[in-house]
Design a binder for this molecule. Structure first.
Ligand code: NDP
Length: 341
């Protein structure tokens, strides 16, 4: 087998040379300790997620998950198959998704934290890294629970062609909102309009003044901003919110690689315009998962939701797949296939 390890803690932008792909002993596969309730899984699809940047730093202020251990397989969400089980609820052959590691086989001490996948042939298993997994639930909980959306409202989504953004935009359209997305390439902008049904979309890298760009797309102002990026985009949004607008603070990827965060200067507007900014973390919303997975699976079958994945293959390509997120090279949900069954 193989694994992806972090060689040194990262400051600033992560580089390929911060990682190494190494061989593992085959023993992991049969490493289930006597009498334990652990399971051993074979990892199939590994999810590339922006929060993983926090775990690459020694300083883990923004999140309270432990940093990666140097020389050990990096951790993350994935879809896996149970190959040995000491737990009565998990059988050999079960497909699961949850927190695992970037290695061929993983020992999971607390299998209760894994979600069992009720797999049907019409939904690809890889979708449980995105649409039907953690990022999908983030979009669902963040939009429906935090934004209090109403029909006809004006919604802006940043990083709109990504894993979370593409879904938020489509949820907002299903609700009957006017939806504008931004992304960092013309290819993504085209996808937003032609595939995901956004009313308008723009390439933020081509706008010299984000405030003016937002005024162009939202002459009446923004009711809901789903923030995936923070920084200068958030600052421009603050000048364009309507009275009683809502901002869901989902992520601030523009800040994750900066040693010193960008200043946000326009916060005072939230007072006069009675704007609510709500931060949230998907883990607090896991109780919504059964309702979420049922609803979204049905949407997929009815063709109400489009979903784009960006797939890399093999552990050797793992580090570069992960780094694409911070360079904006991924188009849609980024994931790594390391095995198929
Ligand atoms: P994406 O699929 O959207 O991938 C990341 C994208 O971020 C890139 O493709 C790029 O797109 C954009 N980006 C990268 N650097 C910058 C930058 N400096 N400025 C602006 N945009 C940038 O990732 P996800 O959909 O998985 O995650 C989206 C956000 O949601 C992240 O901030 C993440 O941390 C957050 N998140 C939060 C959760 C929570 O519980 N609160 C759970 C899951 C995710 P582009 O071409 O548009 O620049």
């Amino acid at each position: 087998g193989k694994k992806v390890v972090l060689k040194n803690y990262v400051s600033g932008f992560p580089k390929l040379s911060d990682f190494e792909v190494v061989e593992t002993e085959a023993a992991v596969r049969s490493a289930l300790p006597e009498g334990s309730e652990a399971v051993v899984v074979k990892n199939l699809y590994l999810s590339c997620d922006p929060y993983m940047r926090h775990l690459m730093s020694r300083n883990r202020e923004p999140l309270r998950i432990e940093s990666y251990v140097l020389g050990e397989a990096i951790k993350g969400f994935g879809v896996s198959k149970v190959v040995a089980s000491g737990h009565p609820d998990y059988q050999i052959g079960d497909d699961v998704w949850g927190f695992t590691a970037w290695e061929s086989y993983s020992l999971i001490d607390k299998p209760q934290a894994l979600f069992k996948i009720n797999h049907t042939a019409d939904v690809p298993l890889s979708y449980y890294t995105g649409l039907l997994g953690m990022p999908g639930l983030t979009a669902y909980a963040g939009f429906y629970e935090k934004c209090s959306p109403k029909k006809g409202e004006n919604v802006y989504v940043s990083s709109a062609a990504g894993a979370v953004g593409q879904l938020v935009g489509q949820f907002a359209k299903l609700m009957g909102c006017y939806v504008v997305g931004s992304a960092g390439s013309d290819e993504k902008v085209e996808l937003l309009k032609s595939k995901f049904g956004f009313d308008e979309a723009f390439n933020y890298k081509k706008e010299s003044d984000l405030n003016l760009a937002l005024k162009r797309y939202f002459p009446q102002g923004i009711d809901i901003y789903f923030d995936n990026v923070g920084g200068a985009t958030l600052d421009a949004v603050l000048l364009n919110m309507r009275n009683h607008g809502r901002i869901a603070a989902c992520g601030m990827i523009s800040q994750y690689n900066l040693e010193k965060p960008d200043g946000v200067y326009n916060l005072a507007t939230i007072i006069s315009r009675r704007v609510e900014i709500k931060g949230f973390v998907v883990f607090d919303h896991y109780s919504l998962y059964p309702q979420f997975v049922e609803t979204i699976t049905q949407y997929v079958k009815e063709g109400k939701i489009e979903y784009v994945e960006d797939v890399a293959e093999g552990f050797e390509n793992g580090p570069s797949a992960l780094l694409e997120l911070f360079e904006g090279r991924n188009v849609g949900k980024k994931l790594l296939v390391v095995d198929r069954e």
